[in-house]
Design a protein around this ligand. Structure first.
Ligand code: PEP
Length: 249
């Protein structure tokens, strides 16, 4: 039985004070949804305040990125140990915006997964195709490349600790959600790749989240599918009422 995850990716939104106020606003709802894992990813400067606001609740705090080295001359970067030291439990890795604007590759995704696991953070690893790739019929090939280069060299034990997020790039922030059929097809393809590389029980245990214009109105339809184990949500996670509705979907 895979517990669904409802993960909020706040991107470059919300100050420390705004993050703490949001967590206070959803505290009561978070107590009522024991069958959901709740993960919120604020921006770096708000992480500490979010961890403190979430103390004693079921809400877990994630970073949106990390560097793969433990320390050193990497101006502007943050290490896995720095995140665990302030109480983060998760980290998003390989988001398409990091890939598109900041040179993230499957190789750096792999290094970041290793660094996160070594520090005890749960990686939420994002994969997904562009519209051109989908229209050219290459979705399966793209997902396989990202899966193999990013995760293929992990040990089964390491693989068992991560959460995967299927985020078709054409659906992120566009209002154009993948239909449950489209999402389900990609999730099945990813689960088959996991089975082929890591075995049936690892694939069965793997949680695969869908991300891309998830809203309270379309989330329940996605969650109904057996292979969709929650969501990684951007825009609709910024408002406490909307996020609370997602938690209850
Ligand atoms: C995301 O950034 O991970 C995302 C899915 O964004 P949105 O929900 O706004 O499409």
């Amino acid at each position: 039985m895979r517990v669904p995850v409802v993960a909020a990716n706040w991107k470059m939104h919300k100050t420390a004070a705004e993050s703490a106020a949001f967590i206070e606003a959803i505290r009561a709802t978070s107590e009522d949804v024991g069958d959901r894992e709740i993960v919120i990813a604020p921006a770096f400067p708000a992480l500490q305040a979010a961890v403190e606001a979430a103390r004693g609740t079921r809400i877990q705090i994630s970073a949106q990125d990390l560097h793969w080295e433990a320390r050193g001359a990497y101006t502007g970067e943050v290490s896995a140990d720095m995140l665990t030291a302030i109480g983060c439990s998760h980290v998003i890795i390989g988001h398409s915006e990091r890939r598109e604007y900041f040179g993230e590759t499957d190789g750096t995704v792999h290094l970041k997964i290793l660094a996160a696991l070594e520090a005890g953070l749960t990686p939420i690893v994002c994969v997904g195709e562009t519209l051109d790739q989908r229209e050219a019929g290459n979705t399966g090939v793209v997902l396989r490349e990202q899966f193999t280069a990013g995760m293929g060299a992990l040990s089964p034990e390491q693989f068992g600790k991560l959460v995967l997020a299927y985020e078709p790039i054409w659906a992120i922030g566009t209002g154009r959600t993948a239909t449950p059929d489209i999402a389900d097809e990609a999730h099945s393809a990813l689960r088959s790749m996991a089975a082929a590389r890591f075995g049936d029980s690892a694939a069965e245990a793997l949680r695969i989240l869908y991300g891309g214009s998830v809203k309270p109105g379309n989330f329940a339809g996605l969650l109904e599918r057996e292979g969709i184990d929650g969501g990684l949500v951007g825009g609709a996670s910024l408002d406490p009422e909307s996020y609370a509705a997602l938690l209850c979907a």
